[in-house]
Design a protein around this ligand. Sequence first.
Ligand code: NAG
Ligand code: NAG
Ligand code: NAG
Ligand code: NAG
Length: 696
Amino acid sequence: MVKVWWCFSFAFILIRVFIGAVYGDNVTYDGRSLIIDGQHKILFSGSIHYPRSTPQMWPNLIAKAKEGGLDVIQTYVFWNLHEPQQGQYDFRGMRNIVRFIKEIQAQGLYVTLRIGPYIESECTYGGLPLWLHDIPGIVFRSDNEQFKFHMQRFTAKIVNLMKSANLFASQGGPIILSQIENEYGNVEGAFHEKGLSYIRWAAQMAVGLQTGVPWVMCKQDNAPDPVINTCNGMQCGKTFKGPNSPNKPSLWTENWTSFYQVFGEVPYIRSAEDIAYNVALFIAKRGSYVNYYMYHGGTNFDRIASAFVVTAYYDEAPLDEYGLVREPKWGHLKELHEAIKSCSNSLLYGTQTSFSLGTQQNAYVFRRSSIECAAFLENTEDRSVTIQFQNIPYQLPPNSISILPDCKNVAFNTAKVRAQNARAMKSQLQFNSAEKWKVYREAIPSFADTSLRANTLLDQISTAKDTSDYLWYTFRLYDNSANAQSILSAYSHGHVLHAFVNGNLVGSKHGSHKNVSFVMENKLNLISGMNNISFLSATVGLPNSGAYLEGRVAGLRSLKVQGRDFTNQAWGYQVGLLGEKLQIYTASGSSKVKWESFLSSTKPLTWYKTTFDAPVGNDPVVLNLGSMGKGYTWVNGQGIGRYWVSFHTPQGTPSQKWYHIPRSLLKSTGNLLVLLEEETGNPLGITLDTVYITSQ
Ligand SMILES: *[C@@H]1O[C@H](CO)[C@@H](O)[C@H](O)[C@H]1NC(C)=O
Ligand SMILES: *[C@@H]1O[C@H](CO)[C@@H](O)[C@H](O)[C@H]1NC(C)=O
Ligand SMILES: *[C@@H]1O[C@H](CO)[C@@H](O)[C@H](O)[C@H]1NC(C)=O
Ligand SMILES: CC(=O)N[C@H]1CO[C@H](CO)[C@@H](O)[C@@H]1O
C-alpha cells in the first residue's frame, strides 16, 4: 500500500513539475514576498524601456543586467507609440515589446510589465496618445466613461498580446508582476470622489483580465485588494509606510538611480553608496523587491521626450545611455546583490528582530535557526563608529550599512566602493568642410500663405496634435504711424517662440522646465503699410504629469503691439515645417527640394545635410553637436532626437552635447545626416565621436 502510494505521489510530483515547467504556476504573494513556482523570492529588478534602445542593443543590455545581479527587468508599455492613431497599432522595431520580453525570457530573467497605460516616464503626454484628447467629454485618469473605455480596451489589448505569446508566468512565461495606473496617489485628490471610484474600477478591471500574476499600484497607499501598493522614491527604507495589508509584501518599484535631466540643468548625480545604503535598509526592513529606475535609461529618440527633457535618459544609471557599464554603480550594486542573495534563506524564512547598538546605530537580524542568521548593521552617524555585535567589535564607516550574511563576517559595506572606470569620447570624423554640406532654408510663411484660419489664438497642442513640434502663427499688421519702432509683447505658454517681421527674425525667447510660460518683449521695425508678422512656436515635448493633462495648452496666448491687443483678430496657421512635410530628412524626400551650397554665414531656420561613413569597430557612436544651437537631427531618416545645445546650465555649459546614433542605424558608407537648426549654430564644428571606457 505504502509503496503504491509513494508511486502515485512521485508520479504526481513529476506531472506537477512537468506541467509547472510548461504552463507555469500562478504567481502569488504573502506578507513576506512574491511567491513564484511555490518559492518565496528576494528580487532585484532594473528598468529598461524597450523604445529607448534598439532591438540590436537589447541582448547586451539584458546580459549586463543579469551579470549585475538582477532577476527582473521592468518596463513600461508606451501606448502612444503602439497606437499612434486610434485603432492603428504598431509593434515593429523598437516597439516590438514581445521580442523584448522574449529576449529577457531567453536569458532567464523575469519581467515586470507596467502597463499604466498612463506611465508619465518623461514620455511625451505621459505615454497617452494625443488622439485621446479629441474624444468629446473625456477626462483622463478619472471615473469618466470615455477614458475608462479606452484604458480598458488598450490594457486588454496588451494583456491579450502577452497571453497569445504565453508570456505570463502562469503560462510558463517571464512576466511575474503587472502594474495598473502609475503614481495615482499624487493626483487622486484633484479628482475628488471620482479619484477613489476610478482607482477601485482600475483595480477591478485589471484583476478581471486574469493574468495569473499579481498587480501593483505604485505610490497608491489605498490600492484595493488584491492589488499591492508599492513604493517609488530614493529612500523607501525610510519613507515607505509599508503595504496596506499584512498579507502583502513590501515592494519598491522605483528607486531612482539618478534623475531625469532637463535642458538648462545639470545631470543629477546620485552616489553608488547612497543607492546601496537605501537598498540595504529596505531589505533589512523586510522589503523583498527592489527595482532600479533606471538601470539603463537609453535615449529619447524621435520626439518621445516630454517637455524640456534631454535625449540622454538617466545616463547616470548603472548602464549608461549607450549600454556601457558605469562604475562604481554597476559593480557596487552587483556586490550588494551577491551579499544579500547569499543569505536570502535567512532573510525570507528567518525571524527579524531589530535593536539599537548605540545612539545612532541599529541592528536588523534575521535568525532562522541556531546556525542560519544574517545581520545588517547600520550607522546613521557622519563619523566612523565601533560597536559590539554578539560580543565582537565592528567598525562601521560613516552613514553605512554592513551586511553580515552569517551574522559574523562582513561581506559588504555600502560605503566601501571598489569598482572604478571612466568614459571618454574619441573624435572620428570632422564635418568641417563646407563643400560637404548642403543647405535648404525653410520658408517663413506669411498670412497669405496659410489656409488654416481663426479669429483668435489657437492652442498649439490641440492644433498641431503632436504631428510636429512647430506651429506658425501669422497675421498682417497695417502700420502708418511715423513711429518706425514699435514694442511687441507676446505671452506664450510654451515652449519656444521666434518672431519674424517681413521675413526677418526679430527675437527669440523660451521658457524652462520649471516654468514653461514666458513673455517676449521686443522692438519691431515695421515698414509703413502692410507688414507680415509670423511667430514660430515650438514645443519641446508635451507635458507628462499632473491631473487634467487633457486641459493643458501651449503656444502663443496673447499679443500686444504698442499696447494694442491683437489676440482676437484674423490669424493664419501652419502646422509643422515644409521640410518635415516633405520628409527631406529621408533619402527619397531629400530630392523634393532644391538644396544649395553652404556659404560661410549661417541663418536661422536652416536645414543642413551631408553624408558620412560609419566609424570602424563596435564602440557606440555619438554626434558632438557642441557647435549647434537648437534643433532636430535625423540619421538615415530616423529621428535621433531634439538637441538644444544653446540652452546652458547655470554653470554656463550646454546641458547636452552628445547625441547617440545607435550602430544598427548605420550603414558602413553613405549615411545621410540631416539637421534642422532653428538658431545660427555652425555645422562645421560638428564631429562624429565614438565612446569608450578608459579604465576598468
Ligand atoms: C491562476 O490564475 C487564473 C487567472 O486569475 C485563474 O483562473 C486560475 O484558477 C489560477 N490557477 C490556480 C491554480 O490558482
Ligand atoms: C507679405 O506677404 C505677402 C504674401 O506672401 C507678400 O506679397 C508681401 O510682399 C509681403 N510683404 C512684405 C512687406 O514683405
Ligand atoms: C511663469 O512665467 C510667467 C511669465 O513670465 C509668469 O507670469 C508666471 O507667474 C510664472 N509662473 C510661475 C509659477 O513662476
Ligand atoms: C519617497 C521618496 O524617497 N521620495 C524622494 C525621492 O527623491 C526626490 C528627489 O530627490 C525627493 O524629493 C523625494 O522626497
